[in-house]
Design a binder for this molecule. Sequence first.
Ligand SMILES: Cc1cc2nc3c(=O)[nH]c(=O)nc-3n(C[C@H](O)[C@H](O)[C@H](O)COP(=O)(O)O)c2cc1C
Length: 356
Amino acid sequence: MTWFYDPRRTYDDNYAHGPFGPLAGPADGLEAPARTATFLGHEVARPFGIPAGPLVNAAFAAAAFRHGFDVNVYKTVRTGARASHPFPNALAVHVDGDLAADRTEPLVADGDLDRATSISNSFGVPSRDPDAWQPDMAAAVAAAAEGQLLVGSFQGTHPPAGVADREAAYVADHVAAARLVAETGAPVLEMNLSCPNEGTGALLCFDAAQVARISGAVKEAVGDVPLILKLAYFRDDAALARFVDATAGIVDGYAAVNTLPARLVDSAGRPALPGAGREVAGVCGDAIRWAGLEMTARLARLRDAGAGEFAIVGVGGVLTAAHYAAYRAAGADAVMSATGAMIDPGLGAAVRAVPA
Ligand SMILES: Cc1cc2nc3c(=O)[nH]c(=O)nc-3n(C[C@H](O)[C@H](O)[C@H](O)COP(=O)(O)O)c2cc1C
């Protein structure tokens, strides 16, 4: 089946011509159920949808809403235009069972997507200029029906060489991005702290003090609009507790997990993705469900222990309605699926069919 974001086409081709496959068409016979949950102050039909990534513009977001994905995230934007990493970006990743967080041996990745349940994601967080994405994100916000919600995702960009106070400029860029997203009318914001394609060693989410500074500045700028932080997998439980301790009083929720990094090679052992700095890429889908479920459960334990009042968005490897239920049971207030929704565009309707 053709995926609505089609990894066999370039990012720009997807942006210009997608979505593809069944999601592009009407959703026959799908009726909105009664609103069954409250997520960050908004009543939603089902607290389920597609996380930052595959919904690259308003046409994709509108298609997702139409097909019963009720809480969807518009792909991460920046304060300035940036091109995608060269094609290909999403390859089938051949991994047996769970992908360990500390794996060092390479995995084979190729274009055999027909049976893939785990894929790579190596885009480098491309963005249009705000003049282009702001009106488009506003259209995506407007595409949400009753009981549906669009979340606007953004990310800060490091200042160019030569900028004097790099630290202040980096904080200011996050604030500027958040303001621009809030201006579109997005009712919830998500700040991506976990892009593995920007260098796995120095993910922003592993610097709790810096995140607290940035989040504080962002919240001051956007006021009451809820702010979610998108996290990578924390191997160290104490580090996660310190992170939540530093930020739970500032932000409104956490989304976990982003992709797990792995070294990807072709069948001859050469790097699977072209270009410098892409030997290690993010892997998502079936192989990382364990990590999303574990992070959800750990965040829920911290919440139960009094660490804060935050919402939890469970992400990673949700391929079926049963996986959705497992995340809810682990403590997720909302659940999202990127790879699974691409493989099965009927997943939103399937989750709606689960008794609330
Ligand atoms: C094609 C694609 C693009 C993605 N782009 C982003 C992004 O721009 N920002 C972000 O925070 N996460 C991004 N992600 C990560 C997803 O939001 C999600 O955390 C990850 O894919 C795990 O979920 P899954 O197993 O359901 O795919 C992307 C994922 C995919 C598949």
